[in-house]
Design a binder for this molecule. Structure first.
Ligand code: SAM
Length: 330
C-alpha cells in the first residue's frame, strides 16, 4: 500500500497517482497522490506559475475563461512557458490527461524536476538563497554572473542543478525576465531586489502537486496534431511568441531562434488541421493584420492586455490582443 500523504485535493481536482521519474506519467484518477512535498502547506497555496515568464497569461485568465470549454478532459498546451493556463485548467476542470510542451529545454527540464523531485530542488535553491543573501551587493552581483555563466550547454549539471539555476536566475535577474541570446544562452542582467525569496517552497510544492500525471516534452508545435491524435486530446490552448505589431514593439526571443512570419503561418496550418480533426482550440496572439488573416474564418475576440515588456515605462499601458477559437463560446 502506498503511504497516503495528508493532502487535500486542489479545488476541482481529484487525486492522481504520480509516477516519479517517468516523463510519460499518466493521470490515474484513483489512489493517493505520491509526492515528496511537505504536506504542511497542502491546503494553503493554489498552484500557479513558479516562473516569471514573458507573455505569461496569469493576468489575462479572467478574460480568457469565458472562452474556455467547461468540459475539458484531455488537454494539450504546446507553448507552456510559465504555464498559467495549465495550472488554471488543472484547478478548474476534471482533467484526465494533460500534455504540455515547449521548445526551450530549460523550461522542459524545470517542469520535469518540479513534478518529480521538488524536495531536491528546494534543497538546491536553499543553497543558492543562503549563498546569495549572505553576500554584499557587489558579491551578489558576482554570484549571479557566476551562476549565469554556468550554462548547461557548457557545464555538466544534473537536472536538479539546472532547474535550480533557472529558478535562481529567474528570481534575481533584471525584471525577472528569462531572455536568451541566439545561441540559447540566458543573458538577462542582474536585478536589484533587496531581499528576493528564491526558494518559495509553498509555490513549488503546490506546482508539484498540480503537475502529477502531467506529461512534459520538448517538442516543436508542428508535432502537435500527431500528439493530439495519439492522446485523443479534446482541447488545446496555444500561446505562441506573439507576432510583433511594430519592428521594435515585441520581444519574442524565448528560445534560440526567433518566431517568424513563416512560423506563424505554419502554426495557422496546425490550427486548421486541429479543426479538421474536431479538436477545440483557443489561441492567443497580437492583434495585427497578419494574425487576423491567418485565422480568417475562426472566431476572433479582442482581449485588453497590460503591456509590460518595455524598458520605457511610458510605453507600458494596455494593448489589444486576439483570442482565436474554433468553437462556440458560452
Ligand atoms: C508566450 S510564451 C508562453 C507563455 C505562457 N502561456 C505563460 O502563461 O507563461 C511562448 C513559449 O513558446 C515557446 N516556443 C517558442 N518557439 C516554439 C516552438 N517552435 N515550438 C514550441 N514552443 C516554442 C517559448 O519557449 C515560450 O515558452
Amino acid at each position: 500500500m502506498p503511504t497516503r500523504p495528508q493532502l487535500q485535493p486542489l479545488s476541482g481536482l481529484r487525486p492522481v497517482d504520480a509516477q516519479p521519474g517517468r516523463s510519460t506519467a499518466r493521470l490515474r484518477i484513483v489512489g493517493a497522490a505520491h509526492t515528496d512535498a511537505h504536506p504542511r502547506t497542502a491546503t494553503t497555496v493554489q498552484a500557479g506559475p513558479f516562473l516569471k515568464w514573458v507573455g505569461g497569461k496569469k493576468r489575462l485568465l479572467g478574460q480568457l475563461e469565458p472562452m474556455l470549454p467547461a468540459d475539458v478532459s484531455r488537454y494539450a498546451e504546446p507553448f507552456v512557458g510559465g504555464g498559467a493556463m495549465l495550472f488554471h485548467l488543472r484547478a478548474t476542470r476534471p482533467l484526465t490527461r494533460a500534455f504540455v510542451a515547449d521548445a526551450n529545454p530549460e523550461v522542459v527540464n524545470v517542469y520535469t524536476v518540479v513534478r518529480d523531485r521538488v524536495g531536491d530542488l528546494c534543497a538546491a535553491l536553499d543553497e543558492h538563497e543562503a549563498a546569495y543573501l549572505a553576500r554584499s551587493e557587489e558579491g551578489r552581483k558576482a554570484y549571479f554572473y557566476e551562476v549565469r555563466a554556468q550554462h548547461p550547454m557548457d557545464h555538466e549539471q544534473t537536472a536538479v542543478e539546472r532547474a535550480a539555476r533557472m529558478i535562481f536566475l529567474n528570481r534575481t535577474c533584471f525584471n525577472g525576465l528569462w531572455r536568451e541570446n541566439r545561441s540559447g544562452r540566458f543573458n538577462s542582467p542582474h536585478g536589484r531586489y533587496a531581499n528576493p525569496r528564491i526558494t518559495r517552497r509553498e509555490t513549488l510544492e503546490a506546482a508539484h502537486r498540480a503537475l502529477q500525471g502531467v506529461e512534459v516534452r520538448m517538442q516543436d508545435f508542428r508535432d502537435l496534431p500527431t500528439t493530439c491524435r495519439e492522446q485523443r486530446v479534446d482541447f488545446v490552448y496555444l500561446d505562441p511568441p506573439y507576432h510583433p505589431i511594430s519592428a521594435t514593439s515585441s520581444f519574442n526571443a524565448y528560445a534560440a531562434g526567433q518566431f517568424r512570419e513563416r512560423d506563424q503561418r505554419a502554426l495557422g496550418e496546425v490550427c486548421r488541421e486541429l479543426d479538421r480533426m474536431g479538436v477545440r482550440f483557443v489561441l492567443s496572439n497580437s492583434d495585427c493584420p497578419l494574425i487576423r488573416e491567418i485565422y480568417d474564418g475562426f472566431s476572433q475576440r479582442i482581449i485588453r492586455a497590460p503591456r509590460a515588456v518595455n524598458s520605457n515605462a511610458a510605453k507600458r499601458g494596455a494593448v489589444n490582443e486576439l483570442a482565436v477559437s474554433n468553437f462556440e463560446v458560452r
